[in-house]
Design a protein around this ligand. Structure first.
Ligand SMILES: Cc1cc2nc3c(=O)[nH]c(=O)nc-3n(C[C@H](O)[C@H](O)[C@H](O)COP(=O)(O)O)c2cc1C
Ligand SMILES: [Mn+2]
Length: 496
């Protein structure tokens, strides 16, 4: 496999990673992956088009001339739909396959190693974001979509970056948490139990203070790639974005809270998260259901609104998978899980993949070259319980090294032919759960933090005894040499 340095578009370290949403958009356009859509309604039409597109054509969609809004107030979806877009966002060749992406993400993060400091973000003095500062806060000025028919409101924050700072340590966290419009000056925020911002907010509230917050609603998709995945505690997702792209991310200091905001942000707010719950949702969730109904969630009191001229609201919607953002978390989560397994001492991992049908969380496959009896148990149990693998998890499958973990046909064949339902499935009960789980017992009095759920780990591996004695039946397949010879001789049969 080529190294990430060789694959970088144009060469030298970091130089060609486009560092604002608009130049990123230019690259997507030049690859023919962008479609501009005029005249759609924020109410349901943008959502329906985004979801259908995610299931079928996989364009990046730029909505303009949105009903009821001035020309130039745009919405962008389909930013990270597939390997081409994710590769482009990382400054890599769009022709990379799934596992190559996982390996390069690991390589880049490993290079940053413990010293993610090399990629700490840089502050700049000014940014186009400050071109327009609202005199009177009015968050309704942006065409926030109502994504699906049964959604309970308009969501301005879907692919957002919610920035908070730890009261004690100063650690800056960036998470993607949904924000629903309440009125001109108020949005509600939905933060699930294991999220970093939740612990930060609690510290402020316990000290009797509102929690300062900044939110960016449009930025280079690299930020969304970092803020929407379980980056370890104590690490700023901005530094992670830097490590992923090999170049520090640029930020400005928010004038009200002093919190960092991406310098390329298109739209941002500053304000305070307060414990004054308001009705929020229902919202079409990533598992594919309306599991939570209406919630009572905290609100953000908005103190300042900034935007570029002709701002682009970066948005996405979930629902039945594959959806608009299932893909990008597959290589990222796979890289994070692989790393943790390796650090925990699991040897000879050949690949990890998290599948879109399992919304990147509930169907993880680990491929190993078995070295000893029980090797598959080590890999499977750890993958199911480490943080990136545990949140909203369900199934982990362990396969041998001849199985491509990202190929569902391969994986199902391995399950069917190598796993014994009587002995080859381990169950772990009472693992980390979520109220979004459609089979959870949602008793009304239950707190969000109480939820647990079970895990199934399927060992679709050749029995180790048969493997080392060379007694496992040979696979029926054409040898690489014969394959090569016939496909060369009858090339016309195999051309696209
Ligand atoms: C598009 C998108 C929307 C998300 N919406 C929410 C949400 O509304 N609430 C939430 O708690 N997590 C949501 N998540 C998941 C979190 O962003 C993710 O778990 C991330 O790790 C949170 O950051 P943290 O680890 O710093 O808490 C969303 C993720 C993505 C990619
Ligand atoms: Mn975090």
């Amino acid at each position: 496999m080529p190294t990430s340095e060789e694959l970088k578009v144009g060469g030298q370290r970091g130089r060609n990673v486009n560092r604002d949403l608009r130049s990123w958009l230019d690259s997507v356009r030049s690859l023919g992956l962008l479609r501009e859509v005029r005249g759609a309604d924020w109410e349901l039409e943008i959502g329906a088009l985004t979801d259908l597109n995610a299931k079928k054509n996989k364009h990046t969609l730029l909505f303009d001339n949105i009903k009821g809004y001035p020309d130039g107030f745009r919405v962008l979806t389909g930013a990270l739909l597939d390997s081409r877009r994710v590769a482009l966002t990382l400054g890599l060749s769009p022709s990379l396959n799934n596992l190559d992406l996982v390996k390069i993400i690991r390589e880049r993060l490993a290079k940053a190693g413990g010293s993610i400091d090399e990629y700490l973000p840089e502050y700049v003095e000014s940014a186009p974001l400050l071109e327009n500062i609202q005199e009177e806060v009015d968050i309704l000025q942006f065409p926030a979509p109502q994504w699906f028919e049964k959604d309970g409101g308009r969501y301005i924050g879907t692919s957002d970056a919610v920035i908070t700072r730890d009261l004690e340590t100063g650690w800056v966290n960036v998470g993607t948490y949904r924000l629903m419009l309440q009125d001109k000056k108020t949005v509600s925020i939905y933060i699930e139990a294991p999220r970093h911002a939740r612990f930060m907010v609690k510290k402020y509230w316990d000290a009797g203070e509102p929690c300062p917050v900044a939110v960016s609603f449009g930025h280079h998709p690299l930020v969304s790639m970092s803020s929407g995945i379980e980056v370890p505690a104590g690490v700023s997702e901005f530094a992670y974005a830097g490590a992923l792209s090999g170049q520090p991310y640029q930020l400005i200091k928010g004038p009200v809270t002093g919190l960092p905001i991406p310098a390329d942000s298109e739209i941002a707010i500053e304000g305070y998260i307060v414990n004054e719950p308001k009705s929020e949702g229902p919202f079409g969730e990533f598992i594919g259901y309306y599991s939570t109904g209406t919630t009572q969630s905290p609100i953000v009191k908005v103190e300042a609104v900034y935007h570029r001229s002709e701002p682009i609201l970066l948005g996405t919607c979930s629902g039945r998978p594959p959806h608009d953002y299932t893909y990008f978390r597959c290589p990222l989560r796979a890289a994070l899980i692989w790393d943790i397994l390796e650090k925990a001492g699991v040897q000879e991992i050949q690949g990890v993949w998290c599948h879109e049908a399992g919304y990147s969380r509930a169907f993880t496959v680990v491929s190993i070259k078995q070295m000893f009896g029980g090797h598959d148990r080590m890999a499977g149990h750890l993958a199911s319980q480490c943080r990136p693998g545990a949140v909203a998890g369900r199934y982990v499958v362990v396969v041998d090294d001849d199985i491509d973990p990202s190929n569902l046909d391969d994986v199902i064949w391995a399950i069917c032919s190598r796993s014994d339902p009587g002995t080859g499935i381990d169950i772990i009960t009472n693992s980390l759960g979520t109220p979004l789980d459609p089979i959870a017992d949602n008793a009304p009095s239950k707190s969000m933090t109480e939820y647990t759920s079970n895990r199934g780990i399927i060992f679709a591996t050749k029995p180790f005894g048969k493997l080392i004695r060379n007694e496992f039946p040979k696979v029926v397949e054409t040898s690489p040499e014969l394959k090569e010879r016939v496909t060369r001789q009858w090339a016309e049969l195999f051309s696209d």
